[in-house]
Design a protein around this ligand. Structure first.
Ligand code: DX5
Ligand code: ZN
Length: 248
């Protein structure tokens, strides 16, 4: 599926939890660029999913990037385990009540990408103190905790300005500065995500619905996001004049 500007990280939260290796491979074969791993502790969010031991076992499926999204109250306490599990990026929430900077430093020291996620109601300014330590900003477009929720359009408005968090960060590969959008991303919301300039679209429940043609769904979501990228910065009427070649 070369040629797409947009990248999809497949969330396996709503996949068959007894067959995660099979379903992760299926998502990658279907065109997903990486795997998004939702870790929940039943405390930071009212749901429990899986932890580092499962991720470590899953790591055996191949070399594709693994993005961990930690919805847990004490990310610092478990960070060594997530590093050891082989996560390529580790994102936790800025809303946690423990010192954030040392955790980001630890992730980066281990050679992994460090990210902070923000809930829909949290302003981007909450990230200001950590700007220089961030590789990823994950904009949540649902309340974290469950797959299958409705996309919150107001929260998506933070995607475009989220890129500003990385301003003045010269001399780094763009791949180390990513804005992810997570929650309710599907064929109805993908274009908005693209228009906002999201680098990575996290796509979950729609991939695992009975009868979904994974490859077709991922291709459609990427195409719609690409369409959004092409119209970036243009009003609706102006966008009609924009040709595919004028993207960005
Ligand atoms: C929600 C998770 C999401 C979720 C995405 O707390 O962080 O990654 O699995 O699933 P959908 O696409 O169904 O919102
Ligand atoms: Zn997630």
């Amino acid at each position: 599926m070369a040629g797409h500007r947009s990248l999809v990280s497949a969330s396996i939260l709503d996949a068959d939890l007894s067959n995660l290796s099979r379903d992760s491979r299926k998502a990658l074969r279907g065109g997903a660029d990486r795997i998004h791993l939702d870790v929940m502790d039943g405390h930071f969010v009212p749901n429990i999913s899986f932890g580092p031991a499962i991720i470590k076992r899953l790591r055996k499926i191949g070399k594709q990037p693994f993005d961990a999204h930690l919805m847990i109250s004490e990310p610092g306490r478990y960070m060594d385990q997530f590093i050891d599990a082989g996560c390529d990026s580790i994102t936790f929430h800025v809303e946690v009540e423990e010192p954030i900077e040392p955790i980001l430093l630890k992730i980066r020291k281990a050679g992994r990408l460090a990210g902070l996620a923000i809930k829909p109601a949290t302003p981007l300014t909450a990230l200001d103190p950590y700007r220089d330590l961030l590789d990823i900003v994950m904009v949540m477009t649902v309340e974290p905790g469950f797959g299958g929720q409705k996309f919150i359009t107001d929260a998506a408005a933070k995607i475009e300005p989220a890129h500003q968090v990385f301003r003045d960060r010269i001399g780094e590969r763009p791949s180390q500065r990513e804005v992810h959008v997570d929650g309710g991303v599907n064929r109805d919301s993908a274009e908005v995500c693209g228009r906002q300039g999201a680098d990575i679209l996290v796509v979950g429940s729609v991939l695992w619905k009975k009868g979904t043609d994974l490859q077709r769904e991922i291709k459609l979501i990427k195409s719609l996001a690409d369409k959004g990228y092409r119209t970036r910065g243009h009003s609706k009427s102006a966008s009609k004049k924009t040709t595919a070649g004028e993207a960005q």
